[in-house]
Design a protein around this ligand. Structure first.
Ligand code: BG6
Length: 475
């Protein structure tokens, strides 16, 4: 179903994210017929070029990042694309931008720029009367560096836009399987009665990456895995796993429940945290080779044990783990159910509890570890097998879901904020993260070193062993 006609103004249009994800994503939506005839995309950046120059740049990016495009359709798509050079914090270009925006279509301003520009751009949109009451403003992560900066960003944006106009992106929420988590929990009756501390032993949330910090060293070294991944993506996964059922699938009903989870997160003891930094390998490539500070203590891996202090989850640890340059690219949420209380089968040892694994990427799907009788005549022996559903096998082509960004940009045009972070949510997550980070910064803790291609540092294994538990294997 096509969305309403729109003018999408993309700030930072020549930048990496815009060229790699946002513009190819918009092309795909055009290809599948979701973009109406009257839709227009207006790229802006400081570079002095004309619309043809910008279209050529998009063509080159498509060749590099999304080469499966159809040439005639790309030409049609590009005929809807224009470019206006704008100095985000200066005077140049704003009047030209004002001239080409249409009054009677949805207007969305997408800020694919650093957070230091958010408030300034919002202010100029206001000063030049570009923001109508129905306009939307979209901001990328990172939404601040700590609680104080997130509050300042919220203030800057809210000085010019109402909360219902502000779309804070966390691209994990646009991932199909992440949304499926809500369907799994709230569109089935099987799981919800068991989804609490009476039946769940613990939860493991893993986002393992094989990529390193690459060319992003300057940004990453100021952030580390805690700010770059845990504060946003993993906290969001935790919220969707742990939240109470919202009364309806509406933006505020869902976000109200997520905020309650974040606010119920207990402070994390330093003993419940393992930080790591990947070593230099034989080829001479390591974390420290991509950052300016040769003695950097920033973590590229973190594992921690979180507790949600509420009725449903009291005493159930949520183990979170994420890192770069690990053995495999694998993201999943694994819910470990308690062991059966009593065994009627002699001589089989303790029975294992069921484990429900929601695989976010790659090979999206759901697995339930179950215990069955081993086939054969030789006595009554038990064994673990997986009830395994791969979305690709079960749904065929239907499982070809749009990239997270495509989904999210279309939601902006539709005016649906369900999959975007609300201001109080971002602040609550920082309020939980801040003291944890401050702890190791003040003490000057060094992260443990780990080998590239491993599962992270030994300390992460110990975190689990101490509790008599084990991480699921990565890869
Ligand atoms: C980004 C982080 O938000 O998410 C990156 O800044 C990380 O460091 C990326 O690599 C992971 O996203 P995905 O979609 O590849 O899992």
């Amino acid at each position: 179903i096509p969305v309403n006609p729109f003018d999408l103004v993309l700030f930072g249009a020549t930048g990496d994210l815009a060229q790699r994800k946002i513009l190819p994503g918009l092309y795909h939506r055009f290809e599948v017929g979701q973009m109406p005839e009257e839709a227009r995309i207006i790229g802006t950046a400081r570079s002095d070029m004309d619309s043809d120059g910008f279209r050529d740049q998009i063509r080159a990016s498509m060749n590099e990042f999304a080469p499966a495009f159809k040439k005639d359709l790309l030409d049609q798509f590009l005929s809807r694309v224009e470019y206006v050079p704008v100095d985000a914090l200066g005077k140049a270009g704003w009047a030209e931008l004002a001239k080409i925006l249409r009054p009677d279509v949805v207007r969305a301003f997408y800020l694919s720029v650093g957070p230091n520009l958010f408030s300034g751009i919002a202010q100029r949109l206001n000063d030049h009367d570009l923001a109508t009451p129905d306009s939307r403003i979209v901001v990328e992560k990172p939404f601040g560096h700590d609680l104080a900066s997130a509050k300042a960003l919220n203030e800057g944006l809210r000085a010019c836009f109402e909360e219902h106009q502000i779309y804070r992106i966390d691209h994990y929420l646009g991932k199909e399987t992440v949304q499926n988590l809500m369907a799994l929990r709230f569109a089935n009756s099987l799981f919800e009665p068991l989804w609490n501390s009476t039946h769940v032993d613990h939860v493991q949330i893993t986002v393992a990456e094989t990529v390193g910090v690459g060319g992003r060293g300057a940004y990453y070294d100021q952030s580390g895995a805690m700010r770059d991944m845990i504060q946003n993506h993993l906290v969001q996964l935790l919220c969707l796993t742990a939240m109470e059922p919202p009364s309806k699938f509406s933006p505020n009903a869902v976000r109200d429940e997520k905020v309650k989870v974040i606010e119920a997160l207990e402070p994390v003891a330093q003993a419940d945290i393992a930080r790591g930094q990947y070593r230099t390998d034989k080829s001479g490539d390591g974390y420290l080779d991509h950052v300016e500070n040769p003695a950097s203590r920033t973590e590229s891996f973190i594992a921690l044990k979180a507790h949600i202090g509420n009725w449903r989850w009291a005493g159930v640890p949520f183990y979170l783990r994420t890192g770069k340059r690990l053995r495999a690219r694998e993201s999943e949420i694994a819910v470990f159910f308690r062991d059966p209380p009593h065994t009627i089968f002699p001589n089989v040892g303790p029975l294992h509890g069921n484990v429900l694994v929601i695989r976010l990427q790659p090979d999206e799907g759901i697995t339930l570890r179950t215990t069955i009788k081993e086939p054969g005549q030789g006595g009554f022996r038990l064994s673990d097998v997986a009830l395994d559903m791969s979305f690709a096998d079960a749904l065929g082509d239907e499982s070809q879901s749009p990239d997270a960004y495509e989904r999210l940009v279309m939601d902006v045009i539709r005016g649906d904020q369900t999959l975007f972070m609300r201001g109080d949510e971002a602040e609550a997550a920082w309020a939980w993260v801040d003291p944890i980070v401050k702890g190791w910064e003040e003490r000057g803790d060094r992260p443990a070193r780990y080998d590239q291609g491993s599962s992270g540092p030994e300390e992460a294994l110990m975190l689990m062993h101490r509790d008599g538990r084990r991480w699921r294997q990565i890869g």
